[in-house]
Design a protein around this ligand. Structure first.
Ligand SMILES: Cc1ncc(COP(=O)(O)O)c(C=O)c1O
Length: 355
């Protein structure tokens, strides 16, 4: 998979419209106040009241026994596979999964695990594909110990796994003794878009996490949840990896604020994504994947401009977005308004016309 971060061009004008990622949000004034007000303690010894409150709330939200605050979503994925697997084990995941392409090979480097990439449209594999990839335990093949899904599927277009598909895959995995892991970097986007609770989405999944530094708008942090035993082991890895913190309540305060103020509004991001896709689709030759959540993937090549050139030209007009896997990804979030979407559509139209 090809991932090209936006070039840092010192001659480019300041960014006015940032569609690069939902990680680009800045804390709102209300969130900054919550950060300033947060009660703090020593997180590493379990003494930070704001972190503890956050973990209890996320465990509840995800329908799990316990949770732990982590510096990042990547560390949630890494700690989870380190708990679920042993060196030489096999993890099954979609071929576009973040754990395969974007975590610096952490699962191989730190755990000695191999990840089998499963095919399927829109970042998702079917229960049948999963079933066919499973083999009986034998001396020759790696033990298959974990299946991982992304809700939503990022490179698949921010698509939402159906609850029934998740339940079927979890059931097959359980029958074969595999652990189930859900990368929920954008799980709450899926929940807001469908009206299905996070606990229902994560039912049958041994570990699940949500990211606060994406659509929820916090500067840092993710929370992973699971059984008491699983979370005890995650704590050990968090300590080993240097992820244990001290007065982390200043970060957790932003996350608690986000749970209270930034979940329902994800619907606005989805509406902006739909408006963007609608406008782009009206440009002759533009190939646009209809968004289900806050990610819009499009390809302008048949509209007369190669993707890289479109990204570069937009950057020179103050709009930043990313090339991913041969397509352009635009991501809507807290700091993107409906007016910015309209302006982006006009700029893309202008560039496609060769203006
Ligand atoms: C699907 C998915 N999983 C995991 C991550 C990693 O999250 P973080 O940036 O918090 O490490 C991302 C980040 O973009 C992601 O999109």
């Amino acid at each position: 998979m090809n991932y090209t971060p936006a070039p840092r061009d010192p001659r480019a004008p300041p960014v006015r419209i940032n569609l690069l990622s939902d990680t680009q949000t800045r804390p709102t004034p209300g969130m900054r106040e919550a950060i300033a007000r947060a009660e703090v303690g020593d997180e590493q010894i379990g003494d930070d009241p704001t972190v503890n409150e956050l973990c209890e709330r996320v465990a509840d939200l995800l329908g799990k026994q316990a949770a732990v605050f982590m510096p990042s979503g990547t560390m949630c994925n890494v700690a989870a596979t380190l708990v679920h697997c042993r060196p030489g084990d096999e993890i099954l995941a979609h071929e576009t999964a973040h754990i395969i392409a974007r975590e610096g090979g952490a699962h191989a480097a730190l755990g000695g695990f191999q990840i089998t990439p499963l095919p399927g449209p829109d970042g998702q594999f079917s229960a049948e594909t999963f079933r066919r990839a499973l083999h009986p335990r034998n001396r020759y093949q790696p033990p298959q110990t974990t299946v991982s899904v992304e809700q939503t599927a990022n490179i698949g277009g921010g698509t939402i796994w159906k609850k029934a598909a998740l339940a079927e895959i979890a059931e097959i995995a359980k029958a074969r003794g595999l652990a189930t892991h859900m990368d929920g970097a954008r799980l709450l986007n899926a929940c807001v878009a469908t009206g299905i609770s996070a606990a229902d989405m994560a039912a049958g999944w041994d570990s699940a996490w949500i990211d606060f530094s994406k659509g929820l708008g916090a500067p840092v942090g993710a929370v992973i949840a699971g059984s008491h035993e699983f979370i005890d082991e995650v704590w050990r890895w968090k300590q080993r990896l240097g992820g244990s913190m001290r007065q982390a309540g200043v970060c957790a305060g932003a996350c608690v604020y986000a749970l209270d103020h930034h979940v329902d509004r994800l619907a606005d991001d989805h509406a902006n994504a739909r408006a963007l896709a609608r406008g782009l689709a009206q440009i002759n030759g533009m190939e646009v994947q209809q968004p289900e959540t806050n990610l819009v993937f499009f390809k302008p090549d048949k509209a007369g401009v190669p993707g890289e050139k479109m990204v570069e030209q937009l950057r020179h007009r103050g709009v930043v977005l990313a090339m991913m896997d041969g397509r352009i990804r635009a991501c809507t979030h807290l700091d993107v308004t409906a007016a910015m979407i309209e302006e982006t559509i006009e700029l893309v139209r202008e560039i496609a016309r060769g203006a």
